[in-house]
Design a protein around this ligand. Structure first.
Ligand SMILES: Nc1ncnc2c1ncn2[C@@H]1O[C@H](COP(=O)(O)OP(=O)(O)OP(=O)(O)O)[C@@H](O)[C@H]1O
Ligand SMILES: [Mg+2]
Length: 146
């Protein structure tokens, strides 16, 4: 039914559930392709102040953030095991919600899949800010996995 899917992942439990759902969609249709996207924010983008004159070792923090981003993508790709044909993993820099929507548009996706919640510990809300943005701005159908 769906031919081009974009999955947003932050490595959280909900996003891994979303990945497992994508796996079964791929298994049901071998012509279906999937882009697994993790958005990564470098330190300067998160805090946006003059790092040159800060006491913080921004390069070290950035390195740790890059490793964390790589890990988030890796654990998501592991869900697909040996069945990675048609699955492409990408890490892009910037705001997750915007990047997921842009990827859906650029890839001509017919489905975007995200988890309901992500890594943030706030449990009182049903959906996080990324999934909320994607539901509002996606050019195609969105599946929010919970
Ligand atoms: N950095 C990211 N890159 C790609 N997809 C992401 C990223 N962060 C979140 N997502 C997607 O959005 C889903 C919901 O996460 P979201 O970040 O909206 O919730 P949260 O972390 O619980 O709350 P918030 O970040 O708003 O405080 C995740 O399960 C994942 O599918
Ligand atoms: Mg989050």
């Amino acid at each position: 039914m769906f031919k081009r899917i974009v999955l947003g992942t932050d490595g959280s439990e909900d996003s891994l559930k979303a990945a497992r759902l994508c796996k079964s969609l791929l298994e049901s249709d071998p012509s279906c392709t999937l882009v697994v996207l993790h958005a990564h924010k470098p330190f300067a983008l998160v805090y946006g102040y003059d790092l040159e004159h800060s006491a913080i070792d921004a390069a070290a923090v950035d390195e740790a953030l890059r490793e964390a981003a790589q890990k988030s993508l890796e654990i998501t790709m592991e869900v697909f095991g040996d069945h990675q044909a048609g699955v492409t993993g990408v890490i892009e820099q910037g705001d997750a919600g915007r990047l997921i929507v842009a990827k859906a548009r650029d890839a001509g996706a017919d489905l975007v899949v995200v988890g309901s919640r992500g890594l943030s510990g706030v449990t009182s809300l049903l959906m996080g800010s990324v999934s909320t943005h994607v539901v509002h701005a996606s050019p195609c159908s969105v599946l929010v996995v919970r």
